[in-house]
Write a protein that binds this ligand. Structure first.
Ligand SMILES: Nc1nc2c(ncn2[C@@H]2O[C@H](COP(=O)(O)OP(=O)(O)OP(=O)(O)O)[C@@H](O)[C@H]2O)c(=O)[nH]1
Ligand SMILES: [Mg+2]
Length: 232
């Protein structure tokens, strides 16, 4: 997605990476808001939908909206994020969920906060941030935060947040291994090890608009422990 007629020629300043499994209904809601935000930011941009075998017309919706669809051959959220980072052509990369939990309007806040940082994290757990989710999910998320802080030593309030703005070069340089949701922590650990700078800005996490959850936090448990070995 870019200024009409120039998409293929122009190097985008900003790539938006959306991992999807069966998110057609959510993409229909998301694209108008996302495009409005990208228009307000006002730099050449592209939208990449990293799709894993959706059967609900996700790819068709994405293509109709002018996004690039990348079909993911091997399964896993972490692999989707890695493929998105690899494929993105922009100097900056936003990753976000496609299900409406990450408001596209927040990208503007991340964008404004980017100067001097390799990663700007949209944070649920700093003042001004908030979260609407089930008590069980909230507990798991807070537990993960305790683990991130106490065991991995991450210096952030929301190390598992998937709403992020990266400077492309430092994150593309990382060798990443996580196949699942632990990718978020792995990226932080490895960026920091390379001297990367990061900050958080608050946002409001909404419930998914339609459809079912695809992520299994507990499946990632072993991977979180593996990240310990990647620290210095
Ligand atoms: N390509 C790909 N996308 C995935 C995978 N797992 C999740 N996603 C997408 O990644 C985003 C986040 O996943 P969700 O299922 O919303 O996970 P969640 O937010 O923890 O769960 P909910 O709170 O129920 O929404 C959504 O856009 C999903 O469609 C995966 O293995 N591959
Ligand atoms: Mg979700």
């Amino acid at each position: 997605m870019s200024r009409p007629g120039t998409a293929a020629l122009e190097t985008p300043e900003l790539s938006v990476v959306l991992p999807t499994i069966n998110e057609a209904a959510n993409l229909r809601l998301l694209f108008p808001r996302l495009k409005k935000t990208l228009g307000a930011i006002g730099v050449p941009s592209e939208i990449l939908v990293i799709d894993e075998n959706s059967t609900d017309g996700t790819a068709a919706v994405a293509l109709r909206e002018g996004a690039t669809v990348v079909s993911q051959a091997l399964p896993g959220f972490g692999r989707a994020i890695r493929l998105g980072i690899e494929t993105a052509r922009g100097r900056h990369i936003v990753t976000m969920d496609a299900d409406g939990s990450h408001p596209p309007e927040a990208i503007e806040d991340l964008w404004k906060a980017r100067e001097g940082f390799d990663l700007v994290i949209g944070s649920r757990y700093i003042p001004g941030g908030s979260v609407e989710t089930s008590p069980v999910r909230h507990f798991l998320s807070r537990f993960l935060h305790l683990f991130d802080a106490a065991v991995l030593g991450l210096p952030v309030a929301d190390g598992s947040s998937g709403l992020r703005l990266y400077r492309a070069a430092p994150v593309k340089a990382l060798v990443l291994a996580s196949r699942n949701a632990a990718i978020q922590e792995e990226i932080i650990v490895k960026l920091l090890k390379n001297g990367g700078r990061l900050r958080e800005v608050p946002f409001h996490y909404a419930p998914r608009a339609a459809g079912k959850s695809k992520i299994r936090i507990l499946d990632s448990a072993l991977s979180y422990l593996r990240i310990l070995a990647a620290r210095d």
